[in-house]
Write a protein that binds this ligand. Structure first.
Ligand code: FES
Ligand SMILES: [Fe+2]
Length: 327
């Protein structure tokens, strides 16, 4: 995982009020909960007293009470009350567990994975999507999140994996792709065509009109957008669970109509279609080995894999820039 980044880790709807939720993220067991105002706290899911899982406890006035001996935790992971010692006794500073900064917007919850002093801005999402309505679903994949991401940047697989859906038309020849990076946002311009047997694919620098092409975008560390049209988008958030597991949140966004019944129907159709496409991907990606990718690994890549190469390179750069003291 890249250190010092905001990661989407949950859909807002999954975190109910009044009930702590156990989650596995960044290879750590965490507990996340809301206080009465709806604000989110997230700490390590293991009591510092005798190791019980705090997610089995309850929320008391916005704090989390351990189910075993009632120690009370605040959002910074500090114990604020030890009932057995009485209210008159001060709680020692050593009574604490690790905590995470959380943020909520766009119907998503983010966690900051890194040093809290390094938080410099709010998490990113595609702001124009505020005007869209959406439907979505999540899916668990037994691969490192880098594999799941690279699948959505893979423009070579379309006519094979998605022969019956978005890859119809036998467009096997891959021009470019052109990859433009702007800080943590990468845009991939895609132009797949039918192979006439006479033409070689165009190299990225031979393509001048790339802005007319269809494009995909990726924002580090884990957000993707498929720009289908001005009024239709698909997004994905790739959530790191552990070294061999990830969760993908797919959403279908549209602003084709404001009429409620048609809007909901379109959202439903978009979601069903997205489920079918993702299932086609999953069937193959889950067979890839190793389950995690790296800049240097035993794969023989081709020109059409440029988006994947660029992703790996920049991911490596960010890892290097943000090394944690634990790594
Ligand atoms: S184990 Fe949590 S209070 Fe004792
Ligand atoms: Fe795909």
């Amino acid at each position: 995982m890249i250190y010092n980044q905001w990661y989407i880790i949950l859909d807002s709807k999954e975190l109910k009020k009044h009930k702590p939720l156990k989650i596995l993220r960044f290879n750590e067991n965490l507990v996340i909960w809301r206080n009465v105002e709806g604000n989110i706290s997230c700490i390590q899911d293991q009591c510092c007293h005798r190791g019980a899982s705090l997610s089995c406890g309850k929320i008391v006035k916005g704090a989390l009470e351990c189910p075993f001996h009632g120690f009370l935790y605040d959002k910074t992971g500090r114990v604020t009350s030890i009932p057995a010692n009485g209210r008159k006794t001060t709680v020692p500073d050593t009574m604490k567990v690790k905590s995470y900064e959380a943020y909520e917007d766009y119907g998503f919850i983010w966690l900051w994975y890194g040093d809290k002093e390094k938080i410099s801005s709010k998490p990113f999402f595609f702001s124009e999507l505020k005007d869209f309505s959406y439907s979505g679903f999540k899916d668990h994949w037994s691969v490192h999140y880098s594999r799941a991401i690279e699948n959505q940047l893979d423009v070579v697989h379309l006519p094979f994996v998605h022969q019956t859906t978005i890859g119809r038309g036998n467009k096997t020849l891959v021009n470019g792709p052109v990859v433009i990076r702007d800080e943590k946002l990468i845009t991939f311009y895609v132009n797949n065509v039918v192979d006439d047997g006479k033409t070689k694919p165009l190299k990225p620098d031979e393509i001048k009109n790339y802005k007319d092409f269809f494009y995909l975008q990726f924002y580090f560390p884990n957000i993707w957008q498929n720009f289908i049209s001005n009024k239709i988008r698909a997004t994905a958030a790739f959530v790191p669970v552990d070294e061999e597991n990830s969760i993908i949140y797919i959403r279908y966004y549209q602003r084709l109509t404001k009429i409620p019944i048609i809007k909901h129907l379109l959202n439903y159709i978009g979601k069903v279609f997205s489920v079918i496409i993702l299932r086609q991907d999953k069937r193959v990606v889950l067979t890839q080995l190793p389950k995690k990718t790296a800049v240097k690994m035993d794969e023989r890549l081709i020109m059409g894999d440029k988006p994947i190469v660029e992703y790996r390179k920049y991911r490596d750069e960010l890892m290097e820039q943000n090394k944690s003291h634990e790594q």
